[in-house]
Ligand binder design. Structure first.
Ligand code: SF4
Length: 106
């Protein structure tokens, strides 16, 4: 079995145990590409749990509240379309959102 397939199966199993399936489903699943900011395959179960606990989604349900205008957002580097969050590891979409959103200081 290819390594990427076994890794996906492990994450799917870990997600089921931790109840992160809805988060992965909301974000387009665990099958990932960097261009879509859904590169979760390198994240462990604890990191996925952190993301879920803050109700992170790739597309904000609140148009005025975006990761890209949040004080915890780390802007993309190296030509990546994805930034990061200071509260949990892994890629974060500029148009994403979580319940810890706080307006960026000007
Ligand atoms: S705290 Fe939430 S809204 Fe702010 S950058 Fe992190 S994930 Fe996005």
């Amino acid at each position: 079995m290819p390594d990427s397939v076994s890794r996906r199966r492990f994450l799917a199993s870990a997600g089921a145990v931790l109840g992160v399936g809805p988060v992965l489903a909301a974000c387009g699943g665990g099958d990932v590409t960097a261009a879509s900011c859904q590169g979760y395959s390198a994240l462990d179960a604890a990191a996925l749990q952190q993301r879920q606990s803050l109700d992170y989604v790739d597309n904000t349900p609140r148009p005025a509240e975006l990761c890209s205008n949040c004080r915890f957002y780390n802007a993309p580097e190296g030509g990546s379309p994805c930034g990061g969050c200071q509260l949990f590891p892994g890629p974060v979409a500029p148009d994403g959102w979580c319940k810890s959103w706080v307006i960026m200081a000007t």
